[in-house]
Design a protein around this ligand. Structure first.
Ligand code: COI
Length: 357
């Protein structure tokens, strides 16, 4: 793919954040973005890296009315000797194409997506923060841009990528989170959009998350849309439990996002010889295991959150502490291993790290 590069003039460039410890998540954006349009006649065309700027849009653009949108989230890390390391980017690009199929959007060859991210991250390599725990978050996004109000798949689309330096997703950092088990709203039903990475899933989650925040919780744990009993996932993370010596996560049953960090945890834990299961987990079983002491740990996994220990679960009006509300040794070990690979400090025995630039 040909990518035109129009780099920002020095006067257009923004000051870089002075303090890595105050980065937070998704608040600062780098100097450039990648753009590429799609039409039925021309397919994907005009790939380019340009200065970050507002995107002019027709108010009748289909994405604004019917939500035909998908996105991805991956990170570029500053590795040893300044190397730019992307973690398992192909998994994100393959998922982008599966989401595209589900939302009737056109796919993009994974090599082209990689080339686009490479070009953008190289243009903004000075934006990749160097402090451990920070990275450059990369957000590929595809939207339906045809102007029209008929409900049908758009024949025109825009693919764009923006990036920005990030620190911890949760303000408190690698600390146990407080999770409310959601009893009224559901995130996704089987056959719905749950396994696609589309804005609609996050829009559907906002009200429950807002109510949970008001009650002092960080996120909600979603249950199945049928009986509200089976555990699905947490707001922006997949969920794992350690029952005795068994590491368990719900299977990808159609309504759960197939997370890259989820897959990485499963792979590493199996290689370490741990007993690992992808099997349905009922809330009854979780509460029983908390009460009889066999639930040793619970933690969430996600690109933004990495590994996030769950310290408290609130279910049916009662709060339960997990592992005394402390970071568990299993969550810690997996966090150290995954971040060690991401920052190029631990040997990449899986070929997961792609060096950009
Ligand atoms: C990610 O972990 O990259 C996500 O997509 C979560 C995001 C919605 C905050």
């Amino acid at each position: 793919m040909e990518i035109a590069c129009h780099l920002a003039a020095p006067a257009q460039r923004k000051p870089k954040p002075a303090d890595d410890s105050a980065l937070g998540f998704g608040k600062i954006f780098s100097d450039h973005m990648f753009l590429m349009e799609y039409s039925l006649e021309r397919g994907w065309h005009d790939a380019r890296v340009v200065p970050y700027a507002a995107i002019p849009m027709d108010p009748a653009s289909m994405v604004l009315h019917y939500g035909q949108e998908i996105f991805e989230g991956l990170k570029a890390y500053r590795g040893k000797g300044g190397a730019i390391c992307l973690f398992r980017p192909l998994m994100n690009f393959e998922r982008m194409n599966r989401s595209a199929d589900r939302l009737c959007l056109p796919g993009i060859p994974v090599e082209d997506q990689l080339q686009a991210v490479d070009a953008l991250v190289s243009a903004d390599k000075d934006w990749i923060p160097a402090t451990r725990g920070t990275s450059l978050y990369v957000r590929p996004t595809m939207i339906a841009t045809e102007a029209g109000l008929g409900v049908r798949p758009s024949t025109e689309c825009l693919f764009f990528i923006i990036t920005g330096p990030v620190g911890n997703y949760y303000a408190r950092g690698f600390e146990p989170v407080r999770i409310l088990v959601e009893q009224r709203f559901v995130r996704a039903a089987k056959g719905g959009l749950g396994e696609a990475k589309t804005g609609a899933n996050y829009a559907a989650s906002l009200l429950a998350a807002k109510k949970a925040k008001e009650k002092g919780f960080d996120q909600v744990l979603w249950l199945d849309a049928g009986r509200l009993e089976q555990v699905e996932e947490v707001g922006t993370m997949n969920i794992f439990f350690v029952f005795g010596d068994e590491l368990v996560t719900p299977p990808l049953s159609g309504s759960i996002l197939p997370g890259v960090t989820r897959d990485s945890v499963l792979r590493i834990a199996r290689d370490w010889g741990w007993s690992v299961s992808e099997r349905p987990v009922g809330m009854g079983q979780v509460i029983q295991a908390i009460q009889d002491g066999s639930l040793r740990e619970a933690f969430g996994t996600g690109t933004a959150a990495v590994i996030s220990p769950v310290g408290t679960l609130s279910y049916k009006g009662k709060e339960y502490n997990i592992n005394g509300g402390r970071i568990g040794e299993i969550a810690r070990k997996l966090f150290d291993e995954i971040t060690g690979i991401q920052y190029g400090e631990i040997m990449d025995r899986y070929g997961w790290v792609h060096q950009a630039g």
